[in-house]
Design a protein around this ligand. Sequence first.
Ligand code: HEM
Ligand code: NAG
Ligand code: NAG
Length: 336
Amino acid sequence: MRTGGMLGLILVLVVAESVSIAHANGLRYAYYSRTCPTAERIIADAVRSHFQSDNTIAAGLLRLHFHDCFVQGCDGSILLDSSIDGSVVERKAIRNNNSIRGFEIIDDIKTRLEASCPGVVSCADIVALAARDSVAISGGPFYGVPTGRLDGKISRASDADADLPTAIFTAAQLKANFNKKGLGVDDLVLLSGGHTLGRAKCAIFSDRLYNFSNTGGPDPSLSSSYLTILKSSCPQEAPSSGRDSGPTVALDKGSEFKFDNSYYNNLVNGNGLLKSDAVLKDDSQTKSLVSSFSANSDKFLWSFVGSMIKMGQIDLKTSENGEVRIKCNVYNSAGH
Ligand code: HEM
Ligand SMILES: *[C@@H]1O[C@H](CO)[C@@H](O)[C@H](O)[C@H]1NC(C)=O
Ligand SMILES: *[C@@H]1O[C@H](CO)[C@@H](O)[C@H](O)[C@H]1NC(C)=O
C-alpha cells in the first residue's frame, strides 16, 4: 500500500536521526552498528526466508516478543529450556505450552549470527527485531528498534501464568495487567491490534459460541453472521482435546495475514474473536480508541510502533543479571 510505504520511509528517517541517542536503560538505535553491522540484515533475511515457506510465522514471532516482554521483561527468558533456579520454564506454562511458537526460527537466526559475530547479539534483541520484521513483512510499518538488551537466566512457568493476560479477562483486568507492566490504556488497545495477525484455537473461545457465562447460549455481543461462521469452524461435538490442539480460527476475520487496522473494524462490527478483544469496543475508556483506529489506519500504524517500542523496554536486565547467550535456549553457565 502506498501509505504503508510512505510511513516506512518516514520512520526510517526518524530513526536515522536518532542513532546517537542513548536511552537511560542502555538501549540505542543501531547498537550493533560497529560490533555486528550485518546483524539486522541477517535477521531480516532469515525472517523473510522462513516467511516465504510459512507465512504464519509472522504471527508466531510477534506474539513471542509480547510473551517474552510481559514475563521477566524482554530478556529472552521465554526461549530457555531450563532456568538457573531449576524452575519449570515459561514455555511450559499453561498460557504458552503448545501455543507459543517460533523457537526454531530464533535458533536458526542465532546460528547465523554466531557465524558472523560470535557472542555479540542477544537473544532478546533477536526476538524484538524478528517481531519488527514480521510486522513489516506482513504489510505493516517498518520501524527502528532500540537494541542492546541482555538475556536473562531465570525462566518460570509460574511467572508466565501470573503475568500473561487470558482471553477471558475483563477490560478492567486487561487494563490492570498492562498497567503492571507500565503500559497504559492506549497501549492495551494498540497492542491488542497485534491480533491483526494469526489464529486462535476453538477451545480458547468456544464458550462464547455455545455456553457463554453458563447461559447455555452464545455471547450476545457476537454478530449473528460471525456466530454462524464460528460455529461451523468450531463444532460443539468436535472431540475437544482441550487447549492443546483442535481447529483454529483467524483472530482478524478476513485479513489474518495482513498487518492492518481491520481488527478494529471487526471489533466495531461484533466480529472480535476473543472475549478480551470484544470487550475493548464496549469499555468506556477503550471504545473511543477502538473506533478511532478503525476509522484511521495510519493513526493505528504509527501509534502501534510507539507502543511496541515501549513494550520492548519492559524490565530490562543489567550486566548484573544479564548476559549475551551463545545459544538462545540455554543460559551460558549451563552450557559453557
Ligand atoms: C491484550 C491481551 C491479550 C490476550 C488476552 C491475548 C490472548 C491470545 C490468545 C488466547 C491467543 C491464541 C492462542 C492459541 O490459540 O493458542 C493469541 C494469539 C495471538 N496473539 Fe494475543 N493476546 C493478547 C495480547 C497480544 C499482544 C499485545 C500481541 C502482540 C503485540 C499479541 C499477538 C498475538 C498473535 C500474533 C497471536 C497469533 C499467534 C499465532 O498465530 O501463532 N497478543 N493471543
Ligand atoms: C505441554 O505439552 C506437552 C505436549 O503436548 C505435554 O506432554 C505436557 O504435559 C504439557 N505440559 C503442561 C505443563 O501442560
Ligand atoms: C453450561 O455450563 C454450565 C456450567 O458448566 C452447565 O451446568 C450447563 O449445563 C451448560 N449448559 C449447556 C446448555 O451446555
